[in-house]
Design a binder for this molecule. Sequence first.
Ligand SMILES: Cc1cc2nc3c(=O)[nH]c(=O)nc-3n(C[C@H](O)[C@H](O)[C@H](O)COP(=O)(O)O)c2cc1C
Length: 188
Amino acid sequence: MSRVLVCYGSSEGHTAMIARRIGDILADIGHDPLVISTKHPPPDIDLRRYDGVMVAASVHRGRHQQHTVSFVRRHVDRFNAIPSAFVSVSLTAAVDRHDSQHTADEYVQTFLTETGWEPTRTHIVGGALKYRQYGRLLGFIMRRLASSVGLSTDTSRDHEYTDWTALEAFTREFAGFIEQEPTSPSSG
Ligand SMILES: Cc1cc2nc3c(=O)[nH]c(=O)nc-3n(C[C@H](O)[C@H](O)[C@H](O)COP(=O)(O)O)c2cc1C
């Protein structure tokens, strides 16, 4: 059994749900996950207790949450010393076009450059359109953006573009990788 820290940055709640799902999958296969928000991380968190770490964060206006960037920077030595995975959530990732996939990859690269983190695995995941949460102006902007890339413009409900099967496969593969790695209790 490995102890895995699952950290997330989420503005409208979808990535929080993704992080909880990752935690559930890890627990199902016998690991011991702790899911935390990078906005309010436990002050006494000791990264040396964990054999692996997964970070999930969503993109807003081209960037992942600043508090997630700061959290990863703070712990980057430890993150680079143990098996680690980054899950980037964006609407761009949901668009099946070459230029969109390229942009989604660029979001990841920017995050990694900003933090100095070199995760063992990365995964891009389609996010959600939460029309019911947006105010009028943001709803209007998001609807136009969605229309331009072929996503739903039906503002009467929310829309989810997350491939949960792929996320589960990614999480399971990464969990298997942690098991194979010798633990390094004190580095970083
Ligand atoms: C104000 C706003 C700005 C966004 N900007 C981007 C963006 O620049 N690129 C992108 O791919 N998705 C963008 N999105 C889509 C979010 O990444 C997507 O809704 C995601 O599911 C949000 O996850 P969260 O609920 O965990 O914050 C934006 C969403 C909002 C509401």
